[in-house]
Write a protein that binds this ligand. Structure first.
Ligand SMILES: C/C=C/C(=O)SCCNC(=O)CCNC(=O)[C@H](O)C(C)(C)COP(=O)(O)OP(=O)(O)OC[C@H]1O[C@@H](n2cnc3c(N)ncnc32)[C@H](O)[C@@H]1OP(=O)(O)O
Ligand SMILES: NC(=O)C1=CN([C@@H]2O[C@H](COP(=O)(O)OP(=O)(O)OC[C@H]3O[C@@H](n4cnc5c(N)ncnc54)[C@H](OP(=O)(O)O)[C@@H]3O)[C@@H](O)[C@H]2O)C=CC1
Length: 455
């Protein structure tokens, strides 16, 4: 496509419109779209590249590419968004190491469901499940959003043709995670989303700050706060694994903001300091205290569960935990079930260290504990979680920001647990710090917004 003057349209024209304070919704609607854009991809013909390697040795820097890709066709109920910034989530790490499955299987399966869904089944997968940016175009049937709107996107993609999803959209049989189980994700200059993924960008945050909470904040909200998850209440003792990581840094904030007592588990003094800076008092450095819940690959050590439980009791004045916020999985799950209080809840959304969990079931049934599975969040939960960010009750935990070209390194950092909180990626934004619309509110929260930066 060409613009007046005969020049080929590029994403630079889009960026200029976004950066001009005079641009109107009509200007955005009239803006020609480029035929192609730059996007972070993995390639279908490389899914076996790490065969035989240990998980730890699979290097996202080798599988992640920055490609020029054609702009996808816009369908009903959808929006094309100019992505100013995105963030790295662990699902992109899983995609880039092709574990536990290659995501191309998800795209093939989705592609078989309809003519429109066929667009997603490509030999490349544009990944990424967060974005902050500006709506460029909306498809037929979209009335709530228009070109020029500044937005963030949550990552729940649903079809909602079955009755199953109408109490809770996470229960839709065609529920998918955008940018993981669908194509055209957020680590790109332009993304394709369903319009019911869109939410207002918090005015007091920069593009990269606004893009960073989305996935993990919404997940932690459902898992810990929502009635669909643990339904945390005031005074609850909440054991939070990885409390300064992606999910954990939001779970810790929700516990504190909701009048609960987080017991934060981390693996270094530096991470322990971050938890204290967020306001947590009970912090366990699992590394310094040397917990070894597994004696060997096959056998756990209940004495270590007990030692861990005693430590929790020391920190709580003798109480056990009402809720365990679980995601490490195999390595910690036995201990999590053991240390939970009678009648308490273990709520899990992941299995980073292995998905075949083992625990002693006597401690579950005799003490009437419950295990709850939780996954991402429905639109309402994501909206409520985003609203808390917009109101300055919960803050982004962005530590470091990379360019789109450096996304492989960013994913490597997360895979190797070298990061704190969230790692951001600039897509169209030429530098950090742009996009703030409410300086007064920002000034009120600036220390909290910067708490994780550059540590
Ligand atoms: C927001 C961010 C989130 C995260 O970061 S989460 C972490 C990253 N995600 C993951 O690690 C998860 C990756 N996904 C997976 O590993 C797999 O995705 C699942 C294990 C979740 C599911 O495996 P699958 O093979 O896709 O599904 P099946 O349920 O085994 O379906 C295969 C066939 O089995 C049939 N089936 C399902 N349930 C039953 C049943 N109860 N009895 C008999 N058959 C069943 C189906 O219908 C289907 O059949 P047909 O192949 O013909 O379509
Ligand atoms: N189902 C869903 O909707 C979602 C699932 N997830 C999944 O949750 C998991 C965590 O995601 P996220 O929080 O973003 O990742 P991060 O890597 O940002 O944080 C995870 C934290 O967990 C801790 N951890 C890692 N391995 C272990 C272990 N073996 N034992 C104890 N603690 C461990 C680390 O903290 P430290 O070293 O300080 O203890 C790490 O910082 C991933 O598997 C991801 O795919 C994420 C979001 C949504």
């Amino acid at each position: 496509m060409r613009i007046a003057g005969g020049n080929t349209v590029t994403v630079k024209d889009i960026l200029d419109a976004i950066q001009s304070p005079d641009s109107t919704p009509d200007d955005f609607a009239a803006l020609p779209l480029p035929e192609s854009y730059r996007a972070i991809t993995v390639h279908k013909d490389e899914t076996e590249m790490f065969a035989g390697l240990e998980t730890r040795d699979k290097d996202p820097r080798k599988s992640i590419h920055l490609d020029d890709v054609p702009l996808p066709e816009l369908g009903p109920g959808e929006a094309l968004v100019a992505v100013m910034a995105s963030s790295v989530n662990y699902n992109s790490v899983w995609t880039s190491i092709f574990e536990p499955l290659s995501t191309f299987g998800f795209l093939e399966r989705y592609g078989r469901t309809s003519e429109l869904a066929k667009r997603h089944d490509l030999p490349y997968h544009i990944i990424g499940s967060d974005l902050a940016g500006v709506v460029l175009r909306t498809g037929p049937g979209v009335n709530s959003w228009k070109p020029g709107d500044e937005v963030v996107a949550h990552c729940l993609s649903v079809e909602l043709e079955s009755s199953d999803g109408h109490n809770d959209t996470m229960l839709d049989p065609e529920q998918r995670i955008w940018g993981f189980e669908t194509n055209f994700g957020g680590l790109a200059e332009i993304a394709l989303v369903k319009s019911n993924q869109l939410m207002p960008k918090p005015d007091h945050l920069s593009w990269e700050e606004a893009a960073s909470p989305g996935l993990v904040n919404s997940t932690a909200y459902r898992q810990l706060v929502s009635r669909n998850g643990a339904g945390m209440k005031q005074g609850d003792n909440v054991l939070i694994w990885g409390a300064s990581g992606g999910l954990g840094s939001y779970a810790t904030q929700f516990a504190l903001a909701g009048g609960a007592n987080p017991i934060c588990v981390v693996s270094s003094p530096q991470k322990a300091d971050i938890c204290r800076a967020m306001g947590a008092e009970a912090v366990i450095d699992r590394n310094a205290e040397g917990y070894k819940f597994w004696k060997n690959e096959h056998e756990q050590d209940p004495r270590e569960w007990k030692r861990f439980g005693k430590r929790i009791r020391e920190l709580t004045g003798g109480e056990d935990v009402d809720i365990v916020f679980e995601h490490p999985g195999r390595e910690t799950f036995g201990a999590s079930v053991y240390v939970t209080r009678k009648g308490g809840t273990i709520v899990t959304c992941a299995s980073t260290s292995g998905y075949n969990h083992e625990y002693d079931n006597r401690y579950l049934w005799m003490s009437l504990k419950r295990i709850i599975g939780s996954h991402f969040a429905n639109y309402r939960e994501a909206w409520e979680a985003n609203r808390l960010i917009a109101k300055g009750k919960i803050h982004p935990t962005l530590s470091k920001v990379y360019s789109l070209e450096e996304t492989g390194q960013a994913a490597f950092d997360v895979h190797r647990n070298l990061h704190q909180g969230k790692v951001g990626v600039l897509c169209l934004a030429p530098e950090e710090g742009l996009g703030v619309r409410d300086e007064e509110m920002r000034a009120k929260h600036i220390d909290a917004i910067n708490r994780f930066r550059n540590i």
